[in-house]
Ligand binder design. Sequence first.
Ligand code: CP
Length: 321
Amino acid sequence: MNSSITHFTQFDSKALGEQLIQDALYFKTNPRADITKGRGKRIGCIFLNPSLRTRVSTQIAAQNLGMEPIVLNMDKEGWALEMKEGAIMNQGTVEHIKDAAGVLGTYFDILAIRAFPTLTDKESDINDYVISQFMKYTGTPIVSLESAIRHPLQSLADQITIREHSQENKKPKVVLTWAPHIKAIPHAVANSFAEWTSGMEHDLTITHPEGYELDEKFTKGVKIEYNQSKALEDADFVYVKNWSSFQDYGKIHCTDTSWMLTEDHLKNAPNAKIMHCLPVRRNVELSDEMLDGPRSLVQKQAENRIYAAQSVINHLLDSNF
Ligand code: CP
């Protein structure tokens, strides 16, 4: 296959998805097979928001390829960034994002960025403003470590996990179910999971309370079923995730605890495996019995974050940028 990209911020094609999954599975059996490929190159991992898995797995992945990762916790250690074009910077912000992005582009061979949505400025969020600014001003390949609307490295790790646990010659039935939460949560994981799962041509159903419809851009052709028990019937994989309202942007409309997934919800899905990107609010989104039981794939998803990142960085190193 000869699919190629110079940025990794979203699903590209089934062919590239397949190539990235195959490479990730190869690296999983032999993590340092290409230890010299990235020698002499640096990746900057820039976090505007907190992280555990993304932060650590991306560094391990880069090191497995011989690259030097440098992490900057921009939210805590960098200057306060101005995001507005044409802003008169006479208030609290110190550095404009276009200046910061330009400088970082001169320091690194690849830049990886985490920038969550505001959940208040819908226009800015749906245009993925922050990561777009980095793409515009750095001049280096960009990897999304979760943007306002997508979390592609998580989604690739999820597809790797589904591949590892699927029955041969059976199209898996995958259900993305909304779960309760106490805070307003971004749409990125759910959007990206829908984009990748339908892009890889799995049989995807999304279930959520009315009013929690995701941006249609990510759910074209996907079955939406408001009845959670009906949606879960005969599922092979159940992906549990909260998100806030998209229509009434960033608001919490439903706190119905009956949406929390328990063993009882899966009486008609005897073979279903449970997935969640973590971090998870135990006994709010998912019960302890599910997370600690034999159905759970959550630790395997987290482990696959390393090989998802390694596969993507390897691909960018191969792209002759
Ligand atoms: N799933 C995920 O992205 O985890 P972190 O937020 O801890 O990186």
